[in-house]
Write a protein that binds this ligand. Structure first.
Ligand code: IPM
Ligand code: MG
Length: 357
């Protein structure tokens, strides 16, 4: 089985190195090949998603992705900015289903900005559609307005759109995920205002007929943002479009107090996937050995479970992570009094040791 390793920018290379170390320690016959992406891709080949990198990801069975983005590339034109790498991979590989679990580890309850009784035991799964919506809809751009109140003035515009097959396939993923959990699905939209959302709601309702054992609720996105803070444990699985999912998944991640802990998976129809931590490239702490590698290590576990059919190895990694937390090891982002502060490499080593016990 072939794994494409794309470290990217900022803390990407440091955290990926720890995840690769953990994968090697499993002693499975994985073939891993590394390629440049994001700012690193631009620096090496003049493009954030170089052709060699894209070709490698097409051949691979799974992709482990660090993070992209660095200030030095912010002034490039949009098509050359590091973020285009991840958007391009999602689109080119048809990675339409983004799974973002938000789990609160009991040891880290104090790290949440919410009261422990509101968040303790939190375990929700956000399923975000990842290849459609206003992120990719055409047309888009800046033009001279031809109608409306501001004719003749410049205006920026994007297009929100979802086709029926796109909504159907993400709804199936969501209902099936809910079936395996607490059988409760919340579909989030803005159907009180947007045509696209009303259509989304109608299609989700139709797909629900095939999953009568799952309870379905529809919620407007503004209310969902509020309920996530007020009573997050009321949610089990949330399904939503690309844009709302981007926003709500950051909010949900922060409920756990530790975005440095949260993995994610982006899957195609055949469960080929790209796995990445939910956090970004954090260029301010890059190269200092401070970054928390656990989200990336947990992403590797998701990769073993969803794309490489190695659920027992995934369990091993997840148990090892729980173990190092219970040993009191903490990178600075999750540090609290009475725990032991460690760096990126030390944390990776601790997970490797915990694998064998
Ligand atoms: C995410 C990120 C990306 C997104 C950016 C980097 C393009 O915020 O994965 O949530 O908006 O999808
Ligand atoms: Mg985001």
């Amino acid at each position: 089985m072939k794994i494409a390793i794309l470290p990217g920018d900022g803390i990407g290379p440091e955290i990926i190195a720890q995840a690769v170390k953990v994968l090697n320690a499993l002693e499975e016959p994985f073939e891993m090949e590394t390629a440049a992406v994001g700012g690193a891709g631009y620096a090496a080949y003049g493009h954030p998603l170089p052709e060699v990198t894209l070709n490698l990801t097409k051949k691979a069975d799974a992709i482990l992705f660090g993070a992209v983005g660095d200030w030095q590339y912010d002034t490039l034109e949009r098509s050359l900015r590091p973020e285009q790498a991840i958007l391009g991979l999602r689109k080119n590989l048809n990675l339409f289903a983004n799974l973002r679990p938000a789990i609160l580890y009991p040891e880290l309850a104090g790290a949440s900005s919410l009261k422990p009784e509101i968040v303790s035991g939190l375990d929700i799964l956000i399923i975000r559609e990842l290849t459609g919506d206003i992120y990719f809809g055409q047309p888009r751009g800046v033009r001279i307005a031809a109608d409306g109140t501001y004719i003749g003035e410049r205006e920026g515009f994007d297009t929100m759109r979802y086709s029926e097959p796109e909504i159907r396939r993400i709804a199936h993923v969501a209902f099936q995920a809910a079936q395996k959990r607490c059988k409760r699905l919340t579909s989030v939209d803005k159907a009180n205002v947007l045509e696209t959302s009303q259509f989304w709601r109608d299609i989700v309702r139709q797909v629900h007929l095939e999953y009568p054992e799952v309870g379905l609720e529809h919620m407007y996105v503004d209310n969902a943002a509020m309920q996530l803070i007020k009573a997050p444990k009321e949610f089990d699985v949330i399904v939503t479009g690309n844009m709302f999912g981007d926003i709500l998944s950051d909010e949900a991640a922060m409920l756990t107090g530790s975005i440095g802990m949260l993995p994610s998976a982006s899957l195609d129809v055949n469960n080929k996937g790209l796995y990445e931590p939910s956090h970004g490239s954090a260029p301010d702490i890059a190269g200092k050995g401070l970054a928390n590698p656990l989200a990336t290590i947990l992403s590797a576990a998701m990769m073993l479970r969803f794309s490489l059919a190695k659920p027992l190895q995934a369990d091993r990694i997840e148990n090892a992570v729980k173990k190092v937390l219970s040993q009191g090891l903490r990178t600075p982002d999750i540090y609290a009094n009475g725990t032991k502060k460690v760096g990126t490499v030390e944390m990776g080593n601790a997970v490797v040791s915990a694998l064998s016990t």
